[in-house]
Design a protein around this ligand. Structure first.
Ligand code: ADP
Ligand code: ZN
Ligand code: ZN
Length: 697
């Protein structure tokens, strides 16, 4: 469907006509309406839909409606409290919709702040002119100027990278590859400052903002002198609806010159973009895991291409997708080979746990190293990607293990207050008191099985009674602001030992942290997902990068039962490129992404065989289509299989994987296949969804 350029300069010429509208409903759309008011594409309208009223967006002004005019209803209201969304924005949304095989309405409307797409915000009792007018009548919080910070002189590698980026004419994708501390952020900032100086705007994506307010502050200090006070807008999912609307409007009205945001910011309606940056481009949080399952990193490249501007993807451990593109010359690689400040990378030690007597999961080597660092008044980080007290509770006499009644998983033992425990399911949220005795045999001696962060914290408190210990994980940071407070106390030196999950791995520059201990990394090594080693390597490099950032004599101790594994061997030498080479060979010989393209159809139902039956008939439909399209040679259809955790919240889950050597082949198959999916009789008994380029399989 073509999007017709807007022409609101002559609104009178546009009345009494048809409008084509997209809505956030799981139907392909678009939907035609009559409209007796001035209207243009990119404007929102309130329309009747079934028995409801909904806000939709006008995406076209057709001369003739697509169906019988007698059946067509009228637009109730045209909302003109903001300028129409520009055509390039709609074009981008259309691209995302086509690529991810979703109705355009399911892309366009969720990209807007909630109140701009909710009828009650306009027609409720307290609507008072709508959400935009209400916001504009309220006084905006005062913007305080941030003290400008010093600009370090770039080293040669950084300078070269900046020169390459700013001299790009039109679209060019760069992969900025440099270890943590190599000064990638400096490169972004210099390139951004030059784009701003040319009068352009900058979009900067980061995986996470809530955890790193320092980063936002640093960015303000550096860019506001060029962008103006308040020239930076921050967009992320942690904002309240009102905050999000305010920030979004500042972007849409062109007041913000720099947009810093998480994945959702890729849909910000920016104008005059001159540079797009994606920091930590390998990070899985760029992937949206429900609704429109997009990759903000991939969309960033397409948007840059569409707008004709450079895109910089930065990482110490690039995704293999990006690495391969750089290898093939599709992306230009820019290397920052050393740390910017003259501090060396931490040394890595692998402790083989197979023949060691462990103390609560910690080796004597680790405990000795901890003691030395603590005596030396340095901080220690213990990294364990498993929250709670213990992954399960079990009965030693009969083998009973605590299990969720709604899911095929163990329930995790959690300590709520000292001495008080509960069982939680991490998949469905089910909670239960700890039974006084074994439900199967009645034995009262129930034992925690394995360890989570709470148990490690408890044990460390016994081992190091004189040390101050803090734990940072999803449980200890539930309250708004508590993560920031905890991080602040680590930065202030009020903590000696920090125990944490992946939350602590990201972005923090702890000046006094000397040692990182990694427990139970092997858990990730043997996951079924073919990307697990890649993800493990990235995570270990990232957490390792927290050690000795300022002193240059940091150490990382990784406890493992499999020290000979390539991922650990590469980690020893900080050798991402060696690891990438090894992984690429593996992927290529197995024809896995990035050497093939995947799509995943998943289904869930109360009973597993119902989900499987749906996938089986979907598979047969796909086979028939492949015959028609003569693409059977290019596409592999696997058999439907149950997920590893089959049942979650009483729904059984299964999936069907498609793999193709050729992207257009899979795209055209998916398009027709989706159209047929709802026609399958089995589809009414399941919830299903299709994901393009799935990240987890
Ligand atoms: P990265 O983003 O690659 O992890 P950063 O850009 O955060 O690295 O830089 C790491 C540290 O080095 C920061 O404290 C930064 O201020 C400093 N730094 C970066 N570039 C230079 C430079 N050219 N000269 C001196 N210090 C620098
Ligand atoms: Zn028992
Ligand atoms: Zn559960």
């Amino acid at each position: 469907m073509a999007i017709i350029p807007s022409d609101i300069s002559r609104p009178d010429a546009l009345t009494g006509q048809w409008v084509r509208v997209v809505l956030d409903v799981p139907l392909q759309g678009p939907f035609d309406y009559r409209c007796d008011f001035p209207v243009a594409t990119g404007m929102r309208v309130i329309v009747p839909f079934g028995r409801r009223k909904m806000i939709g967006m006008v995406v076209g002004l057709p001369d003739v409606p697509a169906y019988d005019p007698k059946l067509i209803k009228s637009v109730e209201t045209v909302l003109d409290d903001i300028d129409p969304l520009p055509d390039h924005w709609l074009k981008f949304a259309q691209f995302a919709a086509d690529y991810y095989q979703r109705p355009l309405g399911e892309v366009v409307l969720p990209a807007l702040p909630v109140s701009l797409r909710s009828v009650t915000a306009y027609q409720g009792k307290r609507s008072a002119g709508g959400p935009v007018a209400r916001l504009d009548n309220r006084r905006a919080p005062a913007m305080k100027a941030v003290a400008a910070s010093d600009v370090p002189a770039l080293n040669e590698a950084q300078q070269q990278a900046v020169t390459e980026i700013v001299s790009a004419e039109g679209f060019k994708a760069f992969l900025l590859y440099g270890v943590t501390g190599s000064g990638k952020t400096e490169v972004y900032l210099h390139a951004a400052a030059q784009a701003l100086a040319r009068g352009q705007r900058v979009l900067m994506l980061v995986p996470e903002i809530n955890l790193t307010p320092q980063f936002e502050q640093a960015l303000r200090a550096r860019l506001e002198p060029v962008a103006g006070v308040g020239g930076l807008a921050v967009l992320h999912s942690g904002l309240s609806d009102g905050e999000r609307l305010r920030a979004w409007l500042r972007v849409q009205r062109g007041e913000a010159r720099v947009v810093l945001g998480t994945r959702l910011a890729i849909f910000a309606p920016m104008q005059d973009v001159g540079l797009i940056v994606v920091d930590e481009e390998h990070d899985p949080s760029y992937k949206q895991q429900d609704g429109l399952r997009y990759s903000a990193r991939d969309l960033a490249v397409w948007r840059g291409h569409d707008l004709g501007v450079p895109v910089v993807l930065g990482s110490a451990t690039p995704s293999l997708e990006s690495w391969v593109r750089a290898d093939r010359g599709q992306y230009k690689r820019l290397d920052l080979p050393a740390r910017a400040r003259a501090v060396s990378l931490p040394s890595v030690r692998l402790v083989d746990t197979r023949r060691l007597k462990m103390d609560h999961g910690m080796s004597p080597h680790l405990l000795t190293a901890m003691r030395e660092r603590l005596d030396n008044k340095e901080q220690v980080l213990i990294f364990l990607n498993r929250r709670g007290y213990a992954p399960a509770l079990h009965c030693a006499s009969c083998g009973w293990v605590s299990q969720c009644p709604r899911c095929t998983t163990f329930t995790v033992l959690h300590r709520s207050t000292p001495g008080r425990h509960q069982l939680h399911c991490h998949h469905c949220g089910y909670q239960q008191r700890v039974p006084a005795s074994c439900p199967d045999c009645g034995d009262q001696d129930l034992q925690p099985m394995g360890r989570g962060t709470q148990r490690i914290e408890e044990h460390l408190a016994e081992l190091f009674p004189e040390s101050r210990i803090a734990r940072i994980d999803a449980d200890s940071t539930r309250k708004k602001g508590s993560a920031q407070a905890l991080f602040a106390s680590v930065h202030a030196g009020e903590v000696d030992i920090l125990v944490g999950t992946q939350m602590v791995a990201k972005g923090h520059d702890f000046a006094n942290l000397g040692l990182v201990g990694v427990l139970n990394a092997d858990a990730m090594l043997f996951s079924q997902d073919f990307r697990a080693p890649e993800r493990l390597f990235a995570q270990l490099m990232q957490v390792a990068g927290r050690a000795g950032r300022h002193t240059g004599h940091g150490e990382v101790i990784v406890q493992t039962g499999y020290p000979e594994q390539p991922v650990y061997q590469a980690l020893l030498k900080h050798d991402y490129s060696g690891f990438a080479k090894h992984s690429m060979q593996e992927r290529e010989s197995a024809m896995l992404p990035p050497f093939s393209h995947q799509a995943l159809l998943s289904a869930e139902a109360r009973e597993l065989n119902v989900a499987i039956a749906f996938l089986q008939s979907a598979k047969e439909a796909a086979q028939a289509l492949m015959e028609q399209q003569q693409s059977a040679e290019m596409i592999t259809l696997y058999d439907p299989v149950p997920l590893r955790i089959v049942r979650v919240d009483n729904m059984c889950r299964a999936q069907l994987l498609l793999e193709a050597s050729h992207r257009p082949a899979i795209q055209s198959l998916l398009r027709q296949w989706l159209a047929e999916m709802n026609e399958l009789p089995e589809s009414r008994k399941v919830r299903w969804q299709l994901e393009v380029d799935p990240l987890e399989i």
